[in-house]
Write a protein that binds this ligand. Structure first.
Ligand code: C2E
Ligand code: MG
Ligand code: MG
Ligand code: MG
Length: 274
């Protein structure tokens, strides 16, 4: 009967929910174990000077060297990290790897700036500036060598604590970038109220270049007027790069130069960079 079918339907649904919850929990447990075992690793995607082609830095992107499943990408672990709060530990481990690597490069006379992604949830922690200070001290890395990438949504929340935290981070010397710029609600007023250095135009606007150029053009003007550094994300073709260069965009990332690569591979790219 319909009633039975309904009941079975509900039972089936509950079982499916249960299975999903168990999988998620198992994954969370595995991530915690992986963090304890140092299985998470910063990969580096070159940040390139649009005019000279020189590698001036990189973005650090988390990868998981899973003991059984091989190299895993963020889409398979970041959502669970965010939901469970484990993201704070992950971000800190990536930042610590980057800080010690920056100190190494500097010791070799190579001045680079590396950006790291900072989850919005970090800003709920009043100890964030202290935690970052400890990471810098442990590796003897300058704050100015690190750019912290945050998302537009964090700024749109208009939270006074967030503003205060960002101000402290800037005072400490960190550079601050807005990641995926243009994908949130663009209430441009906030750009003036926060201590920002860089806008990273989202890949979705770069992919249409040079044909669909209205929004990239708007963002380049905005950066010029507000004296913000501009980085184009997801540059894949020479035509896109040519357009960006002509518009005065300073830096880009994208497959045109390289995918995110392991540290060893990135050091090779650096070796051959102009
Ligand atoms: P994101 O910070 O916006 O990073 C850019 C993403 O675009 C990266 O994906 C990168 O591999 C990809 N990408 C770069 N150039 C190109 C291109 O030319 N074409 C295409 N199609 N894609 C390109 P990835 O590494 O899978 O990272 C995805 C997202 O995961 C990142 O987006 C970031 O939001 C998040 N994420 C990665 N690592 C961390 C981390 O350590 N902490 C936090 N909180 N988030 C992270
Ligand atoms: Mg990013
Ligand atoms: Mg991005
Ligand atoms: Mg993105």
């Amino acid at each position: 009967s319909a009633k039975d079918a309904g009941r079975n339907g509900i039972q089936f649904y509950n079982k499916a929910m249960d299975a999903r919850a168990r999988t998620r929990l198992a994954l969370e447990y595995e991530i915690r174990r992986g963090l304890e075992n140092g299985e998470f690793e910063a990969f580096y995607q070159p940040r390139v000077d649009c005019l000279t082609g020189e590698i001036v830095g990189a973005e650090a992107l988390a990868r998981w060297r899973h003991p059984e499943r091989g190299l895993l990408f963020p889409d398979s672990f970041i959502p669970v990290c965010e939901e469970s709060g484990v993201i704070r530990e992950l971000d800190r481990q990536i930042l610590a790897q980057v800080a010690s690597q920056l100190a190494n490069w500097e010791a070799q006379g190579r001045l680079l700036q590396v950006s790291v992604n900072l989850s919005a949830s970090q800003f709920g922690d009043p100890a964030l500036p202290d935690v970052l200070q400890q990471i810098l001290q442990a590796s003897n890395c300058r704050a100015a060598a690190i750019e912290l990438e945050i998302t537009e949504s964090l700024l749109l929340a208009h939270d006074q604590n967030t503003l205060d935290t960002l101000a402290s981070l800037r005072t400490m010397g960190f550079a601050i970038a807005i990641d995926d710029f243009g994908t949130g609600y663009s209430n441009l007023a906030y750009l003036q109220n926060y201590p920002l250095n860089t806008l990273k135009i989202d890949r979705s606007f770069i992919s249409g270049l040079p044909q669909s150029s209205a929004i990239p053009q708007l963002i380049t003007s905005l950066c010029r007027i507000l004296s913000l550094n501009m980085v184009a994300e997801g540059v894949e073709t020479h035509a896109q790069l040519d357009w960006l260069r002509q518009q005065g965009c300073q830096q880009y990332q994208g497959y045109l130069c390289s995918r995110p690569v392991s540290l060893a591979h990135f050091n090779e790219l650096l070796h051959y960079s102009p």
